[in-house]
Design a protein around this ligand. Structure first.
Ligand code: SF4
Length: 215
């Protein structure tokens, strides 16, 4: 009980050691890639935003390398090109100019998982931090989840049932009177190359977000 209370107030600390498998991978990567960040990657953007975007976890050569969420790989470049297109970043500065972001961006799991696949236990363990982050967002109106794991984590964070909130690409769910959830396939290179996720899908998602938020 006390543990839950404490963890709900916190972000994961540097070198968070709650998931042993992910810590083992982190330690291996410190040897293989000594110049990489190799630690948990925190969310960015104002906590008083109306929009929250949730990805899966840091990618090896993206956020795990740079230490900045959705920064340094294809997914990040794609996401930020759409945030700029729809004026959710205020100007053309680089992504690390976080003061210019008009949304919060985070991951369901804050450490790199092997093969981008966290276990259910890891998702649940890191969910305490996601839940704490969401609880701080008092003006939250729209959540965009990229991929099934982000969706599952969000449903867990709101203590809802997955059977009532099934993931479906482009589907809109009502979480409560204040919050709408939008599902998308992850904006990964693989999903774009296989046309599972199309640029026109992302256009439709961000048009819907702008409409829902009156931006
Ligand atoms: S995934 Fe989350 S809970 Fe697990 S070690 Fe990393 S920060 Fe800690």
């Amino acid at each position: 009980m006390l543990y839950n209370l404490i963890i709900n107030l916190m972000e994961p600390k540097k070198e968070c050691a709650l998931c042993s498998r992910l810590v083992n991978l982190r330690n291996k990567n410190k040897i293989l890639f000594p110049n990489f960040f190799n630690d948990r990657v925190l969310g960015i953007g104002p906590l008083n935003s109306k929009l929250l975007i949730i990805g899966l976890a840091p990618g090896l050569r993206g956020a795990n390398r740079t230490g900045k969420i959705f920064y340094g790989d294809f997914s990040g470049n794609l996401l930020f090109s759409f945030l700029k297109k729809y004026n959710i970043t205020v100007n053309d500065d680089e992504f690390n100019e976080i003061r210019n972001i008009r949304c919060r961006i985070t991951n369901a799991v804050k450490c790199l998982p092997p093969k981008n696949k966290p276990t259910t236990d890891e998702i649940k363990t890191c969910n305490s931090f996601l839940k704490a982050e969401i609880n701080k967002m008092k003006k939250l109106n729209v959540i965009l989840t990229f991929g099934q794991i982000a969706h599952k984590s969000l449903v867990i964070a709101f203590n809802k049932r997955l059977s009532e909130y099934k993931f479906k690409h482009l589907k809109k769910h009502k979480i409560n009177d204040q919050i709408t959830l939008i599902n998308s396939y992850h904006c990964s290179k693989y999903n774009i190359n296989t046309k599972r996720l199309k640029f026109s899908d992302l256009d439709n998602i961000f048009k819907l977000i702008k409409k829902l938020l009156n931006l």
